[in-house]
Design a protein around this ligand. Structure first.
Ligand code: F6R
Length: 607
């Protein structure tokens, strides 16, 4: 993770760097730091914790200079301390790094043997020391960095700044994304284009193994073999609205509340107004040629895939495997030639998902991604990228991206069913018309916020919480538990209702709240039986259901949350809203940091 940024500008660099880091803080917030060169003098400021601490430090200890690099850290090697904070410096060299240098122990031993002393516990310090060593041996800054890069193993995006060089940044990427921004007589570098959005929309993405030499007026990119590489500059459309909470207390609250709108927008990109068909961009997907679907993702995106498995199998009769990317990539699973490999990722930069995608290259018939960031690595490396159009998601806990992922996946399942002849044109039209009404159902779900807040107040007292669901609601139970634990720090587990009696029921006592996600569908009676088993053991049930379900089964439950009645297939998308709001209000009641929960980062670009 970590976010890096660099600027060769015409104005003071420090405020620009801090502003850009604010946009990258979603990548980590254990510490932050900047370095500048001012009339040849290299200096830096670093602070532990959120970026605001660095801003405060800069008020008391300003850092002049129009050239600079900056970093926001998600700690991998070494505790979040000032000493371990980036930029790391060795002599004339300062460097910021996103990723992990896997062979840093060997390099450290080598440098130590030559008399180098280490002051940090980080892998990155090795990069600074190695580059300094090369400069001491007589190489200029650019060649010194190039020689260092040849020695590094692992994943990295790096930006270097040098004492005595007011007009030079050297940058490189391998495994971690890096974008170069073009200004007028200014040049920038950043972990993503969004960080640079207020500065420029003219972006050149570095490709794997690329290294770049930036001055205010020039950019030279070389590939991993040292040959000049012509990388296209693109004009990208990224609004600069991401730091706006729209009147809400937290980004997460805003992102939950805007789901009806973003979902309507997402659907409109795939559903032509004129008819009841599903239109995919580019060459689309011909599901008549697909015999198997392999879906790979991490975290919340993985739960979206697990939900979609029910849809693809039940509606399109297409066999589906779903795997977490960190397992898939090392399991060496056989991928048959008629497999569609589908990768789901909000950021499009998740290291494990990207590696899993690369594993499928040349094996699967087609590589498709469902992503939120169209310029991301996963999108760019797919045969077909399907945007979810959720807009920028700032809260670390994914909310609107999840419901948009689900919607796009449902559209794909319906398209697969239509192509494979398992759904008539009439049935497809019914599904599409139901989908079009989803935003208004989401509004109705949001109207239940008061009841959800009350339930959350009780949940906030709990030490552990169970979430139960059956069939397509099972992945929602997993997602509900994940949301709760990541932002409220309450231990939570999601279970398939039918699994309860195979172990977890031992946990049930009068202290254990159990959230049951149960729309009145054909599995309802079975879920209610499991709920009764919980109540018989004094477990406190929070029942989330529709009016029919509540009328039938709410007697004796601790708390009830009412959802609108919707066609069966839409329930997982709708019930995501109470799951998110329950977690949100529990976290607010506990006073935790909702948007930036401890230990987490939004974009996971390390293994
Ligand atoms: C949870 C959450 C994470 C992400 C996961 C994958 O709220 O946000 O579990 O879903 O890290 O990230 P992406 O979708 O960017 O690949």
């Amino acid at each position: 993770m970590c976010g890096i940024v660099g600027v060769l500008g015409d104005h003071e660099a420090a405020p620009i760097l801090v502003e850009a880091l604010k946009r990258l803080e979603y990548r980590g917030y254990d510490s932050a730091g900047i370095a500048t060169v001012n009339s040849g003098v290299l200096d830096r400021r670093r602070a532990v914790g959120k970026l605001v601490n660095l801003s405060d430090l800069l008020v008391h200890e300003p850092l002049p200079g129009k050239s600079g690099i900056g970093h926001t850290r998600w700690a991998t090697h070494g505790a979040p301390t000032v000493t371990n904070a980036h930029p790391h410096r060795a002599g004339q060299v300062a460097v910021v790094h996103n990723g992990i240098i896997e062979n840093f122990r060997d390099l450290r031993a080598e440098l130590a043997a030559k008399g180098a002393t280490f002051v940090t516990e980080t892998d990155t310090e090795t990069v600074a020391l190695l580059t300094e060593q090369h400069m001491k041996e007589g190489l200029g800054p650019v060649d010194a960095v190039y020689r260092t890069l040849d020695r590094l193993e692992g994943a990295f995006a790096l930006a270097f700044l040098f004492e005595g060089e007011d007009d030079l940044i050297v940058a490189a990427r391998k495994g971690s994304p890096l974008a170069i921004g073009h200004g007028d007589g200014e040049m920038y570098v950043g972990s993503d284009a969004i960080a640079l959005a207020p500065l420029t929309n003219r972006i050149t993405y570095l490709e794997e193994g690329d290294r770049a030499v930036l001055t205010r007026t020039s950019l030279e990119i070389r590939d991993a073999h040292g040959s000049i590489a012509n990388r296209k500059m693109r004009e990208i459309a990224i609004g600069s609205t991401r730091i706006d909470k729209g009147g809400h207390k937290h980004f997460m609250a805003k992102e939950i509340a805007e789901q009806p709108n973003v979902l309507a927008d997402a659907l409109s990109h795939y559903l032509p107004i004129a008819d009841d068909t599903i239109s995919l961009p580019g060459k689309g997907i011909d599901f008549t040629k697909i015999e198997r679907l392999t879906m790979v993702a991490c975290g919340t995106a993985f739960y979206a895939c697990l939900t979609a498995k029910y849809w693809f199998e039940q509606i399109a009769k297409l066999p589906v495997e779903v795997d977490v990317a960190s397992e898939f990539r090392y399991r060496e699973p056989p991928v048959s030639a008629n497999t569609l490999a589908l990768f789901v990722s909000q950021s499009g930069e998740t290291a494990d998902t990207l590696a899993a995608l690369r594993y499928c290259e040349g094996k699967a018939r087609q590589i498709v991604s469902v992503i939120n960031v169209p310029e991301s690595s996963i999108a760019r490396e797919s045969d077909l990228a399907l945007p979810i159009h959720a807009g920028v998601e700032v809260g670390v806990a994914s909310t609107k991206a999840f419901t948009c992922q689900l919607s796009v996946l449902l559209l794909l399942a319906l398209k697969a069913a239509a192509d494979r002849g398992t759904l008539s044109a009439e049935e497809l039209a019914d599904h599409i018309s139901a989908l079009r009404s989803l935003p208004s159902h989401l509004n109705a779900a949001l109207d239940e916020e008061d009841a959800i807040r009350r339930a959350a107040l009780s949940l906030s007292e709990a030490r552990d919480v169970l979430f139960l669901g059956r069939g397509q609601m099972y992945p929602l139970a997993l997602e509900g538990a994940l949301k709760l634990k990541e932002i409220s720090y309450i231990h939570a587990e999601g279970y398939a209702s039918g699994e309860l009696k195979h172990g977890p029921i031992a946990l049930i006592d009068k202290h254990m709240p159990v959230v049951v996600m149960a729309p009145r569908d054909e599995l309802f009676d079975k879920t209610v039986s499991n709920m009764q088993e919980v109540m018989a053991r004094k477990g406190k049930v929070v029942l989330i259901s529709d009016i029919e379900g509540i009328n039938e089964a709410s007697e004796g439950v601790w708390s009830v949350i009412r959802m609108p009645s919707v066609p069966h297939v839409l329930a997982p998308i709708l019930y995501a809203v109470p799951a998110q709001l329950l977690a949100y209000h529990t976290a607010v009641a506990k006073g935790t940091d909702v948007d930036q929960p401890r230990n987490l980062a939004k974009s996971v670009t390390v293994e």
